[in-house]
Every structure is written in structure tokens, then in C-alpha cells.
Write a protein that binds this ligand. Structure first.
Ligand code: ZN
Length: 131
């Protein structure tokens, strides 16, 4: 009988090391050396800090950027709900719009502010004024 042959699906040690090296090269290319990925010491270079000071790490900044998008989308949907009301049924609070309760707050926790006379809604969170 021939010696036991390795089955086709097994990984060799060299293949594993090459895979790890490729992943490390990609991390260095996309994240950059000295960047705070998971916290800890890093260089002070990089994008300017956010207005709200949220997200010191790359992952934290990514999460904050995703929450910015959620806030912008929630404001868009609240404005759409305000637009669909007739001129004689002006909303005095966001809860009157009968949206999901999550639409009453920004993802960062700040409650949205409804201007009842102008029928506009804004987010008071720093950096979200322009949404
Ligand atoms: Zn917001």
C-alpha cells in the first residue's frame, strides 16, 4: 500500500502562512501603519476628529459614519411623513406621525426636534445640523 496521501482539501503550513501574509499586507494597505485599529497607541496622523468626538479608532469611526447615514435616512423618512400630511393636519410632535419609535431619536441618542410651524425636523447631534 502507498503511504497515506493528503486529501485535496487540506491546507499546508506554507499555504496558511502565505494567506496570513497576504491578509497582513492588505491590512497595512487599507488601514495604514500606526493607525489606531482597535485602540492603543498610534500616530496622531489621520482624518480630523469628528465634531462630536465619537470614534477614536478606525472601527469606531466606521461605526459612527454608519450611524450618521442612519440618522440622515431617518430624517429623510420623517420629512417624507410630514410631507404626506395635508395642510390642515400639521404635526405638533414626531410621535403623531405614527412611525416606528426608533424614529424619535438619532442613533447617537439625541431626540429629533420638530419645528411645528415650519413642519421641519432637525437633529441636534453635533455634525448632523446639515442633514
Ligand atoms: Zn443625528
Amino acid at each position: 500500500m502507498s503511504p497515506r496521501r493528503r486529501e485535496a482539501g487540506n491546507w499546508s503550513l506554507i499555504g496558511l502562512l502565505v494567506g496570513v501574509a497576504i491578509i497582513l499586507v492588505l491590512v497595512v494597505i487599507f488601514v495604514g501603519p500606526g493607525t489606531k485599529v482597535f485602540g492603543g497607541a498610534g500616530s496622531t496622523e489621520g482624518p480630523p476628529p469628528r465634531k462630536d468626538g465619537v470614534g477614536e479608532t478606525v472601527i469606531g469611526r466606521s461605526k459612527a459614519a454608519a450611524e450618521d447615514v442612519v440618522c440622515r435616512d431617518q430624517l429623510r423618512q420623517i420629512r417624507m411623513a410630514l410631507t404626506m400630511r395635508g395642510p390642515d393636519e400639521q404635526a405638533t410632535s414626531i410621535s403623531e406621525l405614527r412611525l416606528d419609535p426608533k424614529f424619535s431619536n438619532c442613533p447617537f441618542g439625541d431626540p429629533y426636534q420638530l419645528d411645528a410651524t415650519a413642519q421641519t425636523v432637525t437633529c441636534p447631534h453635533p455634525g448632523h445640523e446639515k442633514y
